[in-house]
Design a binder for this molecule. Sequence first.
Ligand SMILES: [Zn+2]
Length: 113
Amino acid sequence: MSSLPNCPKCNSEYTYEDGSLLVCPECAHEWSRVSESGNSEDEKVIKDANGNVLNDGDSITIIKDLKVKGSSSVLKIGTKVKNIRLVDGDHDIDCKIDGFGAMKLKSEFVKKI
Ligand SMILES: [Zn+2]
């Protein structure tokens, strides 16, 4: 039970767990213990429908007809998208599609080429 890390702020060893958080009783600092596996908080891995890791600049195809928000157009299954950019959020892919312009897509509906 004594494997809790010291407080990253004041280095107190009296930290305790509160749910998924760690709490320091001395300086009242609270933090999540998720960062145990390295401090790469903004290194979010985004995967396509097949579980392949996507990167900036990848080309993808769309695997499902998708309605375009605010228009009656539909992005057809099989549409190719080049040079994607990964972003944070619900729709995690930013891209430009010929005939549609700038779009945001969900990684679960695409497949890496
Ligand atoms: Zn502390």
